[in-house]
Design a protein around this ligand. Structure first.
Ligand SMILES: O=C(O)CCC(=O)C(=O)O
Length: 277
């Protein structure tokens, strides 16, 4: 599918494009069902398993992230050699107070060229249910920030931007199956869900295989083209076995604990990430 020249120019100038149709309603429903089935079968595992690098745990998440139409759109922005470096569920139940304050993902560890983050709307996303919002054009530099904790992002601190140009804030409502793509450097966030419906999303991070991290060594799955640079560790695609995948994910995060979401490890600190207790 790719993107139009206008969309590519918008991503370059404003740091985002939105409303790109990728998935069918049936694909969204099958994805939601797979997630809910897992949550029913593994209630104790759900909180950590739906968090960082869940693309290593579920073959159906990996399939979602490697949908050819989605990869075509990302490749139009980042080039043909792509790593999938993270996936996280972002579900806001009806009336949920979960919110994401204004932040830049690539603030504590800078990755250049910058990754792109794809918000996949599994359910409708509206201003009432806390759709994604971005501050147009703020991907040009890292803003001054404070490191804060957010209940929606356990085991890590988030780079909360001190002063936000809210006059440039744009809400990104989406229909099920549509995606928004934004630079990991873009200031973004979202409000609580004040509606009676569930806001269900999965976010995928794609990093150009040529990119370098300012701190530490990240890791990812080669999902398009090839990696002839070797700056990142390589991760396998998930198997059909959740238990086997959970062991793989733990090994990967212990070997490559520093990435844009978890940040840098302090001197002498041990890797710490959401995992089975
Ligand atoms: O799901 C959202 O609305 C935003 C999530 C987000 O910004 C994050 O996980 O860093």
């Amino acid at each position: 599918m790719g993107l139009t020249p206008g969309q590519i120019e918008q991503f370059r100038a404003q740091g985002f494009v939105s409303g790109i149709p990728v998935f069918t309603p049936a694909e969204c429903e099958a994805f939601r069902q797979a997630a809910d089935d897992f949550g029913t079968a593994h209630p104790a595992d759900r909180p950590w398993a739906f968090d960082i690098k869940c693309n290593l745990l579920f073959d159906w998440v990996y399939a979602n992230a490697t949908h050819p139409g989605l990869l075509d759109a990302v490749a139009a922005l980042l080039g043909e050699d792509l790593l999938l470096t993270n996936s996280v569920f972002r579900i806001k139940e009806p009336g949920s107070d979960v919110r994401y304050g204004w932040h830049q993902d690539s603030a504590r560890i800078v990755v250049a060229p910058a990754p792109a983050i794809v918000y996949v709307a599994i359910s409708e996303a509206t201003t009432a249910n806390g759709c994604l919002a971005v501050v147009s054009g703020t991907h040009d530099r890292v803003r001054p920030f404070d490191l804060v904790e957010n209940p929606g992002q356990p085991h890590r601190k988030v780079a909360r931007v001190r002063e936000v140009e809210t006059d440039r804030a744009v809400h990104l409502p989406l229909s099920p199956g549509q995606v928004a793509i934004f630079s990991a450097n873009l200031v973004h966030g979202s409000a609580p869900n004040r509606s009676g419906g569930r806001r269900f999303a999965i976010l995928h991070d794609y990093t150009p295989a040529s990119a370098r991290q300012s701190t530490g060594v990240g890791s990812g799955q080669v999902v398009r083209g090839r990696d002839s640079w070797g700056h990142f560790g390589h991760e396998p695609a998930p198997t059909a076995s959740f238990e086997e995948n959970a062991r793989t994910r733990r090994a990967i995060l212990n070997a490559y604990p520093e990435n844009i979401l978890m940040g840098a490890l302090g001197p002498g600190a041990r890797p710490d990430f959401p995992d089975r207790a």
